[in-house]
Design a protein around this ligand. Sequence first.
Ligand code: PEP
Ligand code: MG
Length: 576
Amino acid sequence: MPKEITYKGVPASPGISIGKAYIYTRSIFEIDIQILNEGDVEKELLEFANAIELSKKELNKIRALSYEKVGENNSLIFDAQIDILNDKFFFNNVNLRIQNEKRTASYVFDDEITKLGHLLVNSKDEYLKDRFNDLKDIRNRVFRNLKKEKLVSKVEENSIIIGHELSPADTILFSKRKVQGYASDKGGLTSHAAIISRALRVPAVVGMKDISKKINSGDLIIIDGLTGLIILNPSDETLLTYKKKLEELKEYEKKLKEILYLPSETSDNKLIELSANIEFDEEIDFIVNTGHCGIGLYRTEHLFLEAGDFPSEERQIEEYTHIANVTYPNTVTIRTYDIGGDKLLPRSEKEDNPFLGWRGIRICLDRVDIFKEQLSALLRSSKEKNIKIMFPMISSVSEVIRAKEILNEVKIDLESKEINFDRNIQIGIMIEVPSAYFLADELAKEVDFFSIGTNDLIQYLLAVDRGNEYISNLFLEFHPAVIRALKKITDSAHRNNIKISVCGEMASNPLATAVLVGMGIDELSVSPSIFPEIKQIIRKINYCEAKGLCDEILKFSNEKEIKSLVTEYFNNKVAC
Ligand code: PEP
Ligand code: MG
């Protein structure tokens, strides 16, 4: 019997799954640099031709599977890869060089593909730039076939994906395959891959350092996204315990569903608006079937990710109108593009400090044409008057004024064309940069609402990279500086008679609910997977007591004291 081994990481998305591991790797193959003997050239050409044929066959199979599971649009990437393998000019050139220079197929192929890669990276066409990743995939596939290594990348349905690093795009792609869980060596609690896992209600554990080297595809594992564990080769006893836990979890979820229709108010009748964070189409089901709530944060980056470029105004109108309709009569707060940071950028040059770089509103104010298209699509979709617009990454008052000016220009244009839209559409900003905290009073005078993005606010306030697993222990929601900042921002909003919500992951932390409610936050926008639980917690909290708890923790100067009092409150008043 193989030995049971438990690995610990950072719990990133709740839930438990028992299943087979699938190791998602990008293998690294060595290039054969030796010069060929005259007699070996023919053999090399033949092996190269075979490797190309095999690669095409594999890709055709993968494309067929992809069509079936995710449809035509999502499978175009494979067409592009097959097209490259069918490029006669490119392959004749490789063949010629093998003959003339007597270099190995892997050497010449790598050299030619690298040249092509440089061309793509330097291209002005954004679509072509994105094809760079396709090239890397092709290179790996052909190399593997040259080495006659077997294809191990077949994604089995219902597997638990384990990788060194999972990008948002990887996570989206795998989500289409009924994935039962995600675990990665890298990544922090608020990395976008982690957020996506929560959004899809799939358990995830991140920051596992080298788990991708310790587990093999096909191994039986348990992923426990509640405690951040991966258990390899679980014993019969462990399996039994976890099967029982799974049953309990299902029972618990059933009970929570029952409270969905009860009001979101504290035991002393203070209403706390509870809304959902939505990032993908898959999650819209939650609004339609379960939540019947508003959307406090609708991230629009996925439109950019899916299209591989900025989507057309028509595509956006389709999306925003749909989301406004399914949410109606509740409201949906749609955030303008927050690309950059750990999300894709509309250019391929790497930035040294992407989180301090060209991101969010900065991109929109530089690319006014793109920004205007998005604002126009939002306004055109606002006829039912249930859309609010929110700007991310605001760090100065002038940015808000400029964004509003641009919005006004779009409004004037639509008016001149006699297009119907919500003339009083509400405008808000995310408070997620320390300068916005200092300017909260002035910013509040410019907008209709604030929403605190704790993922970024904590990252920038504490100088802790939100995606770096080595310092995830320093990403502290209950750090005194964080608690004090949240309170001051809330007070600034209320002093200026505007509403304030929290839409960062802290709103989805059951331990933080009493703190945020006690502070006076009007709305919590949470991950759909935790929505019923947070509702239940709100209903157990007494607002006056929570206010008292807040007053106490605001006096503390270290995180441990705060956390211990908050935990005590939770254990005595909420978890009982
Ligand atoms: C945040 O920063 O808290 C937030 C909600 O935005 P994102 O996670 O998309 O950066
Ligand atoms: Mg943010």
